[in-house]
Design a protein around this ligand. Sequence first.
Ligand code: GDP
Length: 462
Amino acid sequence: MSDSDASAEPTAGQLRTPIVAVLGHVDHGKTTLLDTIRGSAVTEGEAGAITQHIGSTAVPLDVISEIAGKLVDPEDFDLPGLLFIDTPGHHSFSTLRSRGGALADIAIVVVDVTDGFQPQTIEALDILKRTQTPFVVAANKVDTLPGWNPDDVEPIQSAIDRQSDRVESDLNERLYEIIGELSDEGFSADMYWRVQNFQNNIGVVPLSAMTGEGVPDLLTVLMGLSQRFLKEEMSIDVGGPGAGTVLEVTEERGFGTTLDAIVYDGTVREDDRIVVGGVNEPIVTEVRALLKPKPLSEIRTEKEFDTVEAVAAADGIKIAAPDLDDAMAGAPIRVVRDRDLEEVIEEVQAELAEIEVGTEEEGVTVKADTLGSLEAISGTLEDEEIPIMHAEVGDVAPRDVRMAETADDPKHQAILAFGVDVLEDARRLAEQEDVDIFEDDVIYQLVEDYDEHVTAIEEAQQ
Ligand code: GDP
């Protein structure tokens, strides 16, 4: 039994953990920041309390308090901690949904202090504006600035306020540039220690994801923001029938197909009957086991799990159950328990129906990693007037090649694969049957490659 069992059967009316996503331009340090938060949580806290390898990392309040030192007094908080989604980027932010909208309750926008605002920074802000998600800005890589002295122990905050030797005026300038850019995007922002109301003002936290300096401040700001402005939303019936979102569908030795999931409402228990969004229709199955990665200190082989009897929102969990082969990343999960099964199935269907992917008699085949990304690609293809015949979540398999081959127009005998693998036998079959497979993790790149292919075909036909 793992440590997390202690909180497995909570009472109604408890507060759940806020879910945090990390966004920002490529190479600005999103992954490093997540690694550092996870790393310091493991070093500082009891290793057993840290959840890993299931798509999210839970950092309990007492561990945050250890990391943040006197900045976070557990007595001042009644939120249980923070749950970080491990896959950074606005792709995962906008494609992972919960009943109410975005799965994440709060976001960190990482900006490289030297590189400043870049296209994906602005895209991230647009998404956060649209979804009305509160966020803070991590002004990252302060250690790379000329004149930065890593041995100086003066905190960044006082160094900036005093304009001491620790910080060449350069850092100040760059931070104010970021604040100015935020203002151009319609956000009022300031250095985090001057912000009173984090709902109306964006706090900018200077830090180094690499050295870890400033990370305690970031965690403190996230906790403070959550405690003051998310408390109402975090107040749920934790003991009610669970609701969650599939992060990933994975094979696990000894367990078959399993779901890495985030439970954001209620409780999921062993033996619960659940409904999960599937490729063709909702899957009705029963939880066989709820798996948590073993504490890091005990991990001997790469992946080992403890089973828990129940998991309460919000937390990451691996769900083992029969018949999950057709489950889709990004799809909803609902516990039936004492509810009417038909009603729950309808609820799952209704949620899936909100994700619109139009298909036609003739067109290309699309495979994507999540429902949300499938929706995003089909939107782009529609804008480009490229028809879709078949669209599905999952890796490219031989049957997709056979499907694509049935298109009449040679330029439609193509598969656009977004963020998924192409199975070896599918690749062989595609070569044999002259079906073209395009692969990328960036939508416009994928569509551009396909466009070039179409142009080449059209030129050859003339
Ligand atoms: P992502 O694409 O946003 O996830 O960026 P990564 O976390 O992969 O970081 C991109 C590069 O910047 C990597 O080489 C990191 O080691 C480096 N990096 C990230 N954060 C820092 C930092 O605070 N200081 C320094 N010096 N390098 C950093």
